[in-house]
Design a protein around this ligand. Sequence first.
Ligand code: CP
Ligand code: NVA
Length: 303
Amino acid sequence: MSSPRHFLDLDGMEPDVLRDILSLGAAYKRGETPSGKDLPLSGKTLALIFEKPSTRTRVSFEVGMRQLGGDVTVLGHTDTQLGRGETIADTARVLSRYVDAIMIRTDCHEKLLDLAGHAGVPVINGLTDHSHPCQIMADLMTFEEHRGPVAGKTFAWVGDGNNVAVSWIHAAVKFAFTLRLACPESLSPPSEVLDWAAAQGGAVSLGNDASAAAESADCVITDTWVSMGDQDEKARRAALTPFQVDESLMKSAGEQALFMHCLPAHRGEEVTDGVIDGPWSVVWDEAENRLHAQKGILSWCLQ
Ligand code: CP
Ligand code: NVA
């Protein structure tokens, strides 16, 4: 029996597979039926495990699965025996007897890998402390709708070198674009991820000057200063204050630049109202595209 098609992280996937998933998502968005079937996931069920809150990921997976003819079961951490100590491995074995795929949002990346290692069905990373690959698929779709192919373009990440930044680094290598990260030294992305990008020949650089990163960029991206599970709020806010994305930073990028944020945004912290509500911002398209991108991911995992 072939192993399940997991969607765990962009770094472990082939660029042509990622491109196929994006194309599938875009086809669904255009109202096409890429597999020739109106309800290609009819009879299939997706389990959604949430150890952390979610608006976009939860709703886009639920709605996406149903639009493709499938069903979902949503499991909060405290609803299941996981909250009382049943192991991830045993949970994986049991759920695999009931459902056709499992999405997990977890506080610990190792739990995702453990789940995938013991599940007989595809496992999807719905955000961990390390990465957020589904988000970046929607982001790439959004950029390409507005500006064409990402290859050869320049993206600037300004702020915390967090889970979303890690998936952007993976994407820069897989989709051949330049990524300039500007982060406080204390909040740099993990060095092994940067080393991986360098070893792959990726055009990924890290500095701590937000203006230098944003200058003439095709897209400026940021995220919350305090991610779910982060403890050191006060120190983070202090370190990240110089990395706020405001109108003057976007002007240094230029009129062509897009602004992206995975949301939820903390207006007045990592981004000003003038930017998120301004002419550069594509954040609502980005949020909508979570739905279309999820449908591409689900179709690829389940067919
Ligand atoms: N961007 C994102 O993953 O949002 P949620 O936390 O609402 O799912
Ligand atoms: N970095 C954020 C992303 C939320 C979608 C977090 O992990 O909380």
